[in-house]
Design a protein around this ligand. Structure first.
Ligand code: HH2
Length: 260
C-alpha cells in the first residue's frame, strides 16, 4: 500500500503532493514501483496534528480520486475517519477505506463501508492524534490491542460489513511508546492469529528515528528492517512511502522464508 498524503503537514512528506498534478505524478510512481493499493489521505494523523474539517479534506482528496479513477493504476484507498469523505471517495473510485479510528470517529462510517461493499482497515489507536502520544500506558499492550481489534471486527460484522472485507492494523505509533511499538512488532503473530489479514504502517515513523537517530526522509533502511520483521511474523499489507525498496526487501525475505 503506497502512501499518498495530500496534506500540508504530514510528518515525512507534508506539502509535497498538495497540488492534484503532483499527487497524480506521485501515484504513477507508486504504481510503477509495484503498489497494490494507493492510500490517499487528506488529514494528517501524526502525533499532535490539528483536525481538518470535512469540506477541506474533500477539497484536498476528491480531485485526486477524480484524476486517478480512469487511469486504473491500482486500487484506491481513502485514509479517513469521516463518513462523508469516505462516501465521496468511494463514489469517485475508491474501493478501500483506511480508518485509523476503526469506525469510532463517525457513527455513519460503518454503514457507508457496508453499503459500498468496500474493504476496510481497522486500526488500533489509543486516544486521538492530537493527544495520543501524551504518556500512553497499557497493562499488556499486545493483549489490549488484540482485544480491541477483535471487538472492532465484531462491531464491523454486526454493522453489515462482511468479515472477508476487514483488514486489521495494530496502529504502530498511534498512542504507543517505543517499547509498545517494538513489543507489538515482536509479537505480531498474536495479532495475525485473530484470523484477518494484518496491515502494518512502520514507514519512516518516529520509533525508527528514535532507534537510528535519523530524520524522516533518512529512515528507509530502518523502515525496511521493521517491514521484513513484520512480514516474517505474518503481516500481509505494508503501508509505505517507499514502495520499490519495500517490494525488493519483501521479495528477498519471502524467498528466503519459502526456501525458493
Ligand atoms: N499511519 C499513518 C496514517 N495512516 N493507516 C494505517 N492503516 N496504518 C498506519 O500505521 C497509518 C495509517 C501515519 O503516517 P503518514 O500517513 O505517513 O503520516 P500523516 O498521518 O502525518 O499523514
Amino acid at each position: 500500500m503506497g502512501v499518498l498524503n495530500v496534506t500540508p503537514d504530514s510528518f515525512s512528506d507534508g506539502g509535497d503532493f498538495l497540488e492534484p498534478a503532483a499527487a497524480v505524478t506521485h501515484a504513477e510512481l507508486l504504481a510503477a514501483e509495484g503498489a497494490d493499493v494507493i492510500d490517499v489521505g487528506g488529514e494528517s494523523t501524526r502525533p499532535g496534528a490539528a483536525p481538518v474539517g470535512e469540506e477541506e479534506e474533500l477539497r484536498r482528496v476528491l480531485p485526486v480520486f477524480e484524476a486517478l479513477r480512469d487511469r486504473r493504476l491500482a486500487p484506491l484507498s481513502i485514509d479517513t475517519g469521516k463518513a462523508g469523505v469516505a462516501h465521496a471517495a468511494l463514489a469517485a473510485g475508491a474501493t478501500f477505506v483506511n480508518d485509523v479510528s476503526a469506525l469510532r470517529a463517525d457513527p455513519g462510517m460503518a454503514r457507508v463501508v457496508a453499503d459500498a461493499g468496500a474493504d476496510v482497515c481497522l486500526v488500533h489507536m489509543r486516544g486521538e492524534p492530537r493527544t495520543m502520544q501524551e504518556n500512553p500506558t497499557y497493562e499488556a499492550v499486545v493483549t489490549e490491542v488484540r482485544e480491541f481489534l477483535e471487538e472492532r471486527l465484531a462491531f464491523a460484522v454486526a454493522a453489515g460489513i462482511p468479515e472477508e472485507k476487514v483488514w486489521l492494523d495494530p496502529g504502530i505509533g498511534f498512542g504507543k511508546t517505543l517499547e509498545h511499538n517494538l513489543e507489538l512488532l515482536r509479537r505480531l503473530d498474536e495479532i495475525v492469529s485473530i484470523g484477518r489479514p494484518v496491515v502494518v504502517g512502520v514507514s519512516r515513523k518516529r520509533f525508527i528515528g528514535r532507534l537510528t537517530g535519523k530524520a524522516e526522509r533518512d529512515r528507509l533502511a530502518g523502515s525496511l528492517a521493521a517491514a521484513v520483521l513484520a512480514f516474517e511474523r505474518g503481516a500481509t499489507m505494508f503501508r509505505v512511502h517507499d514502495v520499490g525498496p519495500t517490494r525488493d526487501a519483501l521479495a528477498v525475505a519471502g524467498a528466503t522464508l519459502d526456501g525458493n
